[in-house]
Design a protein around this ligand. Sequence first.
Ligand code: HXC
Length: 541
Amino acid sequence: MMKERKTKNNARKKQPNPSAVPYETVPATQRTLNALEVMRHETLQGGGTELIEEQHRRGKLSARERIDLLLDEGSFEEFDLLKTGRGGAFGGEKTYPGDGVVTGHGTVDGREVFMFSQDFTVRGGSLGEAHSQKISKVMDHAVRVGAPIIGLNDSGGARIQEGVDALASYGDIFKRNALASGIIPQISCIMGPCAGGAVYSPALTDFVFMVEDTSYMYVTGPNVVETITHTAISHEDLGGAKVHAEKSGIAHFVLPNDIMCLREVRRLINYLPSNNKQRTPILDLSDPVGRTDPALDYLVPENPNQSYDMKVCINSILDGAEFLEVQPYYAKNIICGFGRMGGQTIGIVANQPAVLAGVLDNSASTKAARFVRFCDAFNIPIICLVDVPGFMPGPEQEQGGIIRNGAKLLYAFIEATVPRITVIVRKAYGGAYVVMNSKHIGSDISYAWPTAEIAVMGPKGAAEVIFRKEIQASSDPAKTIALRTEEYRKTYVNPFLSAQRGYIDDVIFPRDTRHRIIRSLQFLEAKKRERPERMHGNVPL
Ligand code: HXC
C-alpha cells in the first residue's frame, strides 16, 4: 500500500545532513541556510520515523504522504512548519515544531485548495492551541480567496494537557466551519481514530470520507464507554466506517484505504465549484446532448408492484454514465449524487423502487434534504427522478419524527433557487408527490413518462375509501374492490390529468429524457435566483 512516490517532501528528507560539513569552512550566510535546512528536515519527521512506521503497520499513511496523494505533484506550499505550542497549559510539556498538523495549500487538477493533515505521530494528532491556530489560518485563507478546504483528520481530540485552551481552540474551528458553510466546499477525511472535538468539526462540514478498518468516529472512545456503561465495545462497532455509512449516515463516502480515499476526494472536487459565487467546472465527456436510449421506454415493468433499478435510468441520462453517489449505503430507498449533463455538474435526487419500493422515510428525507441544500448553496442544478408510493406509514416512523423530517425535504426543495427539473417516472402519490420537487413547490420544469401514476393515493386504497359503502353492501366485496380499483386506475392513475392542468410541462418519451433535461438546463442557466432579504429561514431541524 505504501508505494514510494518521488515528491518534494521525501526529496527533502534525502538531503545530506549539512551539519556534517566542518563549521569553519562554511561562510556565515551558508551556515544560516544550513541551520534552516536542518531545522526543516527534523520537523518533517513529525513524531519520528518509528511512529511513522507504526502508522504504516496499522495500514495508514503518514500526514505528509497523504498530502502528496491528495494534491497535484509538487503543488503543496506549507505554512507554519516551525510553529510550536506553549508546552501545555502550565508549560513544561515537550513541544513539537508543527504541533501535530501540517497545513497549507496546493492544487487538485490545477484548482487551488487549502488543506490540513493531522499527524497522529505527534501526541496522537490531538488538538492544542497552536495546532488549532494553524488550521484556523488555512480556513481563513480558504474563505478569503474562495477555495475549498480539505481536512485530513487523524486525532485523539482536544489535547488533554492543554486543558481549557484546547477546548477554546476547538470552538475557534467549529465557528469557522459554521461560518464557511455555504461559502466554500468543506471536505473531511477521517483517517484514524477520531474522538471528541475531532468529530464535531467534520460533522459541520459538507462531506465526510471514512477509510475501512482504520478510521473511527466517536464522541467518546470505547474505554470511556466501558467505564460509564460497563459494556465493552470495539472501536469498529462504536464508530467504524460501516456503522457511520449504514446506520448514522455521518459518512458520505467509504473507501478501502488511504490511497483510494484521497483519490475519491479529488474526484469529488472535480464536480464542485470553488465557492458559492462560481459555477461548477465544465467537463466535456464527448457524450452527445441528443443521445437517446430506446431501452428506457421499457424500463418500467407493466406490473405496478414490480420493482426495477432507478440507477439504470440515472446512468443512461448522465454524460458517459458517470455517477458519484453520495451516502450509497444509507437510506438506499433514495439515491443522491453528482453527475454531468451536457458537461455541467448536476445533482440527482431519485427514489429507488428497488429498495422499500422507493418509499420516503425518516432517513431518506433527511439524506435528500441535506443534499438538496448543498446543491442549492453551490449552484448545482437538481434533477429529481420520481417513483414514490408515499411516506412510510407506522408508529416507528411517526415516533421517529417523519412529520419533521419530511418537512425538512419539503423545506429544502422550496428554498432551492437553482434550476430544478423533475421527471416523474412512475408513482407519485399523495404528499410524497408534492414533496418530490413538484411544480407546486417550485420545480422549473416537470416532465412525466407515460407510465407515471400521479394521484392522491394508490388505486386500491382509494377505491376502498370512496366506494366503502358499496363494498360493504356487496355480496362479493373482493370483486367489487377489484372492479372499482381498475376503474379508478383508468380514470385517475396516469400523467394526462396533470398534463391537462399544466402541472406537468410535457409527457415525454422515456428515450428522450436526457435530451429534454439538457435542453431545459440550457435555458435555465439564465434563471434569476432572487429571494427577499431575511436573516435566515427556520428549517425544521
Ligand atoms: C493528548 C493524546 C490524546 C489527547 C491520544 N493522545 N489522545 N494526547 N490528548 N486527546 C496521545 C496518547 O497519550 C499517546 O501518547 C498517543 O497520543 C497515541 O495514543 P494511543 O492511545 O497510544 O493510540 P491508540 O491506541 O491508537 O488510541 C487512539 C485513541 C486514544 C483512541 C484516540 O488515544 C484515545 O482514546 N484518546 C482519548 C480520546 C478522547 O477521549 N478524546 C476526547 C478529548 S475531549 P504517547 O506519548 O503515549 O505516545 C474533546 C472534547 C472537545 O475532544 C469538545 C469540543 C466540543
